[in-house]
Design a protein around this ligand. Sequence first.
Ligand code: NAP
Ligand code: COA
Length: 264
Amino acid sequence: MTSIDQFQDKAVFVAGGSSGINFAIAKAFAERGARVAIASRTPERVQAAVAQLRELGGEALGFAADVRDADAIAEALGNAHAAFGDIDVLVSGAAGNFVAPALGMSTKGFRTVVDIDLNGTFHVLRAAYAYLRKPGASVLSISAPQAFNPTKYQAHVCAAKAGVDMLTRVLAMEWGGDGIRVNSIVPGPIGDTEGVRRLAPTPEALAHMQASIPLRRFGRVDDVADMALFLSSLRAQFVTGAVIPVDGGSSLAGGRDLGSAVAA
Ligand code: NAP
Ligand code: COA
C-alpha cells in the first residue's frame, strides 16, 4: 500500500455504519488509521460495531441516532466533531427496504423508506456541512441501482434513491467552491447482506440474481469499501458529482435479458 491510500488520523463519520456494506466501509478506513464514528438506530448494534472497530487499534465512537430525526443526527455529528475535529470523510448509507407492490404499500410504508433513504441523507449531509473539512472533505452517499433502473415492487426505493443521486449532483455544485467533493456509490447485489436477503429470499431467487450479473458473481462488501477509499483518496481529487456503480456490470442490461433466445 502506498502512502496515498493511508487515512492516518483522518476523521470519518458513517451514518448507518453498524452493519453490512456501511460497516465494511467504516472498517476499511479504520484499518488505514482513521478515527471512525458511526451512527445507527440500535444501541446494541452500534456498541458491537464500535467494539470491532476498536479491536483494529484506533479510536472509534458510536452514536444511537435515527437519520429521520434531524436533531439527533446533528447532535451525533457535533459530538463526533468535538472528539475528532473536522470530518474528512462523510458516508450516508442508512437505508430501509421491503418488497411490495405500490398498491400494497400504505402511505406510511412508502414514506418510511423515503424518510430514511432520502430525507435521512439530506439530514446527514445538511447537518455535517458545518463540520466538514474545507477544502478536502469527501462526501459519499450509498445509492442503489433502483435509482435508475425502474424496479417492480420497489417504488419507494426507486423514488428515494433517485432523489439521493440528485442530491449528490446538486450538492457537488453548491459545495464545490468549498473544496468539498460529493459522490454516490451504487452497489450492485452484494453477497451476504441484508439488502440481498430482502430482495432474493430463496435459493432460486439468489441463483437468478447471480445469473443476471455480467461478472457472474455477487459483489463483496470490500468491493464497495474499495470504491469509498478510492473516492476519498488523493487519486480522486477531480471527481465530484459522480454516480458510480460497483456492480459487476449488473446495471448495464437495465433488467432486460433476452436469455435463452440468443446463444451466449
Ligand atoms: P444493512 O446491513 O441493513 O445496513 C443498514 C444500516 O443502516 C444498518 O447499520 C442499520 O442499523 C442502519 N439504519 C437503518 N435504518 C436507519 C435509520 N433510520 N437511522 C439510522 N440508521 C439506520 O444493509 P446493507 O444491505 O448493507 O445496505 C447498506 C447500504 O447499501 C444501503 O444504503 C443500501 O440501500 C445500499 N445497497 C445495498 C445493496 C446490497 O446488495 N446489499 C445493493 C445496493 C445498495 P440499525 O438497524 O441499528 O439502525
Ligand atoms: N410490505 C408492505 N408494507 C410494509 C412492509 C412490507 N413487507 N414492511 C413494512 N411495511 C410498512 C409497515 O406496515 C408500516 O406501515 P403501516 O403502519 O401503515 O402498516 C411502515 O412500513 C413502517 O413500518 P415499521 O415497521 O413501523 O417501520 P420501522 O421504521 O420500524 O422500520 C423498515 C423500517 C420497514 C424499512 C424496516 O424494514 C427496517 O428497519 N429496515 C432496515 C434494514 C434494511 O431494510 N436493510 C436493507 C437496506 S437495503
